[in-house]
Each structure stands twice: as structure tokens, then as C-alpha cells.
Design a protein around this ligand. Structure first.
Ligand code: F6R
Length: 610
């Protein structure tokens, strides 16, 4: 949600920190700040607004410091303001911390500290932790021990980095439920909540585990648990390069990521499709093969766009494998006391692998002895590590706050899982071959849709007057209607609702008049004729219809004012194609309305709070 970066080494710390904040800004952008130790003094600068505001504040100042911590915030406790921005310092002004997550018992800790004479200037839970560390430092005169003791008093989640002029050649970082990665360079370390801030300097990283902390000196580091047990970490190699987290000539990350989809879809199935055998090879599922053979029911869980992918997964797995599937919002699943039976499997879908609700749902399912699989994008993320097995989607870093390429890759992976499970059951080799061939065609088909960007831009211009939209689809494309509506509302702030087309007549039809655009997702499949009837119902009430239809479908032009064609594929794969025009439509509408596409208001990538 927020972004953390810390640096200790030989470079100019302010430059590294600002660069890191700019790369992390997609995670939160209501305020930003940094602390460094300059000439033995702890100095902190922080500012409400985007990182650019902080940069302005630092203009015309020169710093030599080679150690510091920084933060870009998405407010949870306390409105965005200079004072509530991180870093926060203890009462001595010599210890500074940046924090992601929520300190749940901050109120009682604050009362305890106030009763001992400590004071506070902000409304944040983070300041309480800073003051608590200061309190323990007064007793121990040892920063590592003070941080460790303070963290053992804390309930809630945290990723933190701590800097102090008491022990200036040191950064301490720790995590519980909020990611923290340490980049290991030559006599330098960069610690961050996201690899995007690290890879410019080094590709060697360690991922801290929950309740683990690291102390970084200039030449070495050590890790231990918050209970004071020394730990050993494997050094991993991060495998994405800088170009993947830069805009590469596109105006926005979102547009770049939409256009990356031919490649990201290919990356999701590469090495996993055995076309001639009509099978999928998913090495990540081998550890749970026996469980998969015996599975009686699958529960898919996730949030937002990942939940929409789960809904498509329900149709895919039920149709291809005959296994009953339920899809549940992770936020509901975690608190609902769900019934998990012996042969149930839970699949958690998450782009970031850090969504708090999804992570908690995984933990709840494990608590109930379920086998839990992950469909995750970010390698080494909390959900990837917490699940028993899984399949990475390999979409590469997704920076645009609105999820696009992760969704289509999630759908590819769900299709592969359905193929894999189907072939273990009743799906014939011939059907398997058909599906595998159709999956292989997807990248070039997506390219053809992207060629229509200009047409979609014109449609966006024409309809940008509208304050409301309806998105309707059936079967596999009902979740696409939900996804299209979500994309539009989150980046253009236009109210949009998705429905199964046939549901329209049970209420939403009352909204339809000559000002209401209705986007129909109407590919040529077994329920095409039914969708056409639904379109007629809208037309007869003067609604303005935009249709996403299959190439060469002339009939639909009689009913729809605007038609965006997508290539023909198997009905089960249509969502991977039909969603692309909807992503572009949302993007161009937002641009048309002058919205900040990559950093929409009130949103942030990766929701690591409840
Ligand atoms: C929408 C969007 C969100 C996320 C949701 C889950 O564009 O990005 O709805 O899909 O917050 O995030 P992940 O997939 O990271 O668990």
C-alpha cells in the first residue's frame, strides 16, 4: 500500500531514496518523506502530496549522507498531511522510522507512553512505534535490541525501516504481514517493500519472513527473529529488468501494460502447453497431485480483479472438469467460518501476493487443514510463500494501479489448470488439443485487438459525456462485464455497473434512456442469441449500445451503435480477448476526462490493510 526504501552504502543516499520513491509511488501517493544522517545529525524532510513535492522541498540543498530511509504513503491513520507523513521520530528526535501496515494496539501503547510523559505530534500509529522504540532505547542503549523489544509488544502488521543518529552506520528493517526485501550489493544494501526500488542497484535479494528482522551495516548484515533467534536466508536472484518497470515510451504504465499483453499472455503459457498431447504441464502443482486427483470441490478466493478472474475460473473448471467450484471474496471468506471438507482445495488468486484479505483467507483455509494453491504474479510474495503449491502467472511487474495484464494472465493460468484437471478426469485428448491450440493463438489475436486502439479512443471521446455506464455479459463474459465496469470506475470515476445481461430486466432496465451507454459483451457462443434479445430490449428503450462482438458478426451491427470486433476463439477463452477493448475503453475515457490514470484518487496498488 505504502512504499518503503532504505539505503546504506557509498552512494548519495538522497538520490537513491528519491529514485526509489519514484519507482514505488504507484503504491501510495498522498505524502512522502525521508530521513538521513547528515554530519552526525538525523534530518527529516516530509511533505503532503506526490514525491515531486518532496523533490521540490529538497531542491537547492546538497547532502553527502550515504544512509537513509524513505516512504511514500497511502493514508490509513490520520489524513494526508505534512505531519502525518512518514518518517516519524521518537521523542529524542534521534530515531526515525518508516512503516507500512497497521499497529492494532497503538491506542493502548500510546496511553502507556503518555502516562510515562512521552508526547506525540501526529495522529498516526507509526509515531507510536517510533516513540516506543525510543522508550526501549533509553533502557537498552542498543538500537537493534530496542527495535526487537518494541516489535514484540506490537499487535498488527508492519514492514518497517529504522534509522538513528545514535548508531548512524546502521539500518534495521523488519516485517510481519507486509513485504520487506533486502537488496545485497557490494558494500551497500538497499531495503525496500518492493523489488522495483532495488533492481537498479542489485539483483541479489533476500526476502524477510514474517517476524524477522535484519540489521544492515555498511559491509555486512545479520537476520534474526523478533524472538531473538538467528536466521539464515537464501539469496534469490530477481529476474526482471529495469525496462519492465519503466514506461518505455508509453504515456502511462496502464497503456504500456495493456499493450504488453501479447507477450505477457505468451509468458503465462510458455513451457506449460503440450499441444500435441492436449495437456498442460504445471510443475508448481506436482506437490499436490494426489490431492488434485481426489478433489471434490474447489473454492476460489481473491479480491477485485483477481476475484473476477476467479469467477471465470468457476465456469472453466466446472465445464471442463466437472468439479464444483465456489468463488468467494477473500474479505468475506476470512471472517465467515467457511466450511472446508477433507477433499476441498482452496485457490487464492492475487497479482501482488500481498493483499491482506487474501492472505488472511489463505491462513484461515490452512487453519482448517485445506490444501491451498496460489495463482500469484509477484514471485516470493507472502501469498506465494504461504500456499502449499501454485502457479505463477509470469506477467512481470504491474505498476499501473488498475490491473490489466495480470487479469489476462490469471485467466490463461486458470485455463491451463482447467485443462490439467480436465485431462486428469473426463476431458478427451481431442478436446485438450483444441484448447491448447486455441491458447497458443491468443497472443496474435490480442495484437489484432490492440490494432483497434484508435477506434476505441474515438468511442471513448464520443461517450465521455456520460456519468453512468452499464456493462452486460453472460456466461464466461459475465465476469468480464464486472471487470469492464470496475476498470471504468476506478480510473475515470464514472459510475459503472456490471450485470449478467439477463438480470437487466430485473431492475437495472429502469435506468435505460437515451443517455445511458450499455456495453454488451456478445461474442458468438451458445448464448449469443439470448444476448441479442437483451440488446434489443435496451435499444427499444433508446439505450446507446456499444458491443464487443466476434469478427464477421454482421448481424450485431443492426442492434449496436458501435461494434468492437475481437477474433474468434473457443467460448472458454473469449474473456481473454473481450476484456482488452474494455481496458482500452476505460483508459481512453480516463485520459479524455483528464484523470490521473496511473495514480487514481484514493487507490493504491496492493491493498495490505483490511
Ligand atoms: C483493480 C485492482 C484491484 C485488485 C485487488 C486485488 O484494477 O487492481 O481490484 O485486483 O486489490 O489485488 P491483488 O490481485 O494484488 O490481490
Amino acid at each position: 500500500m505504502c512504499g518503503i526504501v532504505g539505503y546504506i552504502g557509498k552512494r548519495n543516499a538522497v538520490k537513491v531514496l528519491i529514485n526509489g520513491l519514484q519507482r514505488l509511488e504507484y503504491r501510495g501517493y498522498d505524502s512522502a518523506g525521508l530521513s538521513i544522517v547528515e554530519n552526525g545529525e538525523l534530518v527529516t524532510f516530509k511533505k503532503k502530496g506526490k514525491v515531486a513535492e518532496l523533490v521540490k522541498l529538497l531542491e537547492d540543498r546538497n547532502f553527502d549522507s550515504t544512509v537513509g530511509i524513505a516512504h511514500t504513503r497511502w493514508a490509513t491513520h490520520g489524513e494526508p498531511s505534512d505531519i502525518n507523513a512518514h518518517p516519524h521520530t521518537d521523542n529524542s528526535g534521534k530515531i526515525s522510522i518508516v512503516h507500512n501496515g497497521i499497529i492494532e494496539n497503538y491506542h493502548s501503547l500510546k496511553q502507556m507512553l503518555i502516562s510515562k510523559g512521552y508526547t506525540f505530534v501526529s495522529e498516526t500509529d507509526t509515531e507510536v512505534l517510533a516513540v516506543l522504540i525510543g522508550y526501549f532505547y533509553e533502557k537498552t542503549k542498543d538500537l537493534e535490541e530496542a527495535v526487537r523489544t518494541a516489535l514484540s509488544e506490537v499487535q498488527g502488521t508492519f514492514g518497517i525501516a529504522v534509522l538513528s543518529s545514535y548508531e548512524p552506520d546502521k539500518i534495521i528493517a523488519a516485517r510481519r504481514g507486509s513485504p520487506m526485501i533486502v537488496g545485497i550489493g557490494e558494500n551497500e544494501f538497499i531495503v525496500a517493500s518492493d523489488a522495483a526500488a532495488i533492481i537498479q542497484y542489485t539483483r541479489q535479494v533476500i526476502y524477510l519472513s514474517d517476524n524477522e528482522m535484519v540489521t544492515l551495516n555498511r559491509e555486512s548484515y545479520n537476520t534474526k527473529t523478533i524472538d531473538n533467534v538467528v536466521t539464515n536466508n537464501i539469496i534469490h536472484l530477481v529476474d526482471f529488468d529495469l525496462s519492465k518497470i519503466e514506461k518505455g515510451g508509453f504515456e502511462h504504465f496502464m497503456l504500456k501494460e495493456i499493450f504488453e499483453q501479447p507477450q505477457t499472455i505468451r509468458d503465462s503459457f510458455r513451457g506449460r502447453l503440450l499441444v500435441e498431447e492436449g495437456e498442460a504441464r504445471l510443475g508448481g502443482l506436482l506437490p499436490v497431485l494426489d490431492k488434485l486427483r481426489e478433489v471434490d470441490r474447489i473454492i476460489i478466493t481473491g479480491c477485485g480483479t483477481s476475484w473476477h478472474a476467479g469467477l471465470v475460473g468457476e465456469y472453466l473448471i466446472e465445464n471442463l472438469c466437472g468439479i464444483p467450484v465456489e468463488v468467494e471474496y477473500a474479505s468475506e471468506f476470512r471472517y465467515r467460518n467457511p466450511i472446508i471438507r477433507k477433499n476441498d482445495i482452496v485457490i487464492a488468486i492475487s497479482q501482488s501476493g500481498e493483499t491482506a484479505d487474501t492472505l488472511a483467507a489463505v491462513q484461515e483455509a490452512k487453519q482448517k487443514n485445506a490444501t491451498v494453491l496460489g495463482i500469484v504474479n509477484v514471485v516470493g510474495s507472502s501469498i506465494a510463500r504461504e500456499t502449499n503449491a501454485g502457479v505463477y502467472i509470469h506477467a512481470g511487474p504491474e505498476i499501473g494501479v488498475a490491473s490489466t495484464k495480470a487479469f489476462t494472465s490469471q485467466l490463461v493460468v486458470l485455463s491451463l489448470i482447467a485443462l490439467f484437471l480436465g485431462r486428469m478426469r473426463n476431458l478427451s485428448k481431442i478436446e485438450g488439443i483444441q484448447i491448447a491450440r486455441a491458447i497458443k493463438e491468443l497472443p496474435s489475436q490480442v495484437e489484432k485487438i490492440l490494432d483497434k486502439a484508435e477506434q476505441i479512443r474515438e468511442i471513448a471521446r464520443e461517450f465521455s459525456y456520460s456519468r453512468n455506464f452499464l456493462y452486460l455479459g453472460r456466461g464466461y463474459n459475465f465476469p468480464v462485464a464486472l471487470e469492464g465496469a470496475l476498470k471504468l470506475k476506478e480510473i475515470s470515476y464514472i459510475h459503472a455497473e456490471g450485470y449478467p445481461s439477463a438480470e437487466m430486466k430485473h431492475g437495472p432496465i429502469a435506468l435505460i434512456d437515451e443517455n445511458m451507454p450499455v456495453v454488451f459483451i456478445a461474442p458468438k457462443d451458445e448464448i449469443y442469441d439470448k444476448v441479442i434479445s437483451n440488446i434489443e430490449e435496451v435499444r427499444s428503450r433508446k439505450g446507446r449500445v456499444i458491443a464487443v462482438a466476434t469478427e464477421n458478426d454482421e448481424r450485431i451491427t443492426k442492434f449496436a451503435e458501435r461494434v468492437i470486433y475481437v477474433p474468434d476463439t473457443l467460448p472458454m477463452l473469449t474473456p481473454i480477448l473481450t476484456v482488452i477493448p474494455l481496458q482500452l475503453l476505460a483508459y481512453y475515457m480516463a485520459v479524455e476526462l483528464g484523470c490521473n490514470v496511473d495514480q487514481p484518487r484514493n487507490l493504491a496498488k496492493s491493498v495490505t490493510v483490511e
